[in-house]
Design a protein around this ligand. Structure first.
Ligand SMILES: [Zn+2]
Length: 114
């Protein structure tokens, strides 16, 4: 799903990838920025870091990001800033990068937690 940067943007969205879903709203924030407020839900499979057995991770996370059109060197004291290379926001790409972030964490399956 693609959403273009617009000064008056205010739009709901929902993207899915396998069993994972990102659902929320993107709206114009300040000059050059779009604020995304969304909920990550569903699940996805990761291999356990101890026994390598794949298991489901349940997603239930609030995701709030400031999207900037093009490179940005500043910071925001409230939100993480994500630079978007073009004037089009690829929502699937954002979902994938959120999943990659979680994948990079350390994961133990239920058996290994015991
Ligand atoms: Zn395990």
């Amino acid at each position: 799903m693609n959403i273009a940067f617009r000064r008056n943007l205010d739009q709901e969205f929902e993207v899915t990838s396998d069993k994972a879903a990102l659902k929320g709203r993107v709206s114009a924030y300040k000059q050059g920025f779009i604020l995304m407020k969304a909920q990550l839900s569903g699940s996805f499979k990761v291999p356990c870091d101890l026994c390598a057995e794949p298991f489901d991770i349940i997603l239930d996370e609030k995701v709030e990001l400031l999207l900037h059109e093009g490179a940005y060197s500043g910071a925001d004291d409230k939100y993480d800033i994500v630079e978007i290379d073009s004037s089009i926001i690829d929502m699937d790409e954002i979902l994938h990068s959120e999943i990659e972030l979680i994948k990079n964490d350390y994961h133990r399956c239920d058996n290994c937690k015991k």
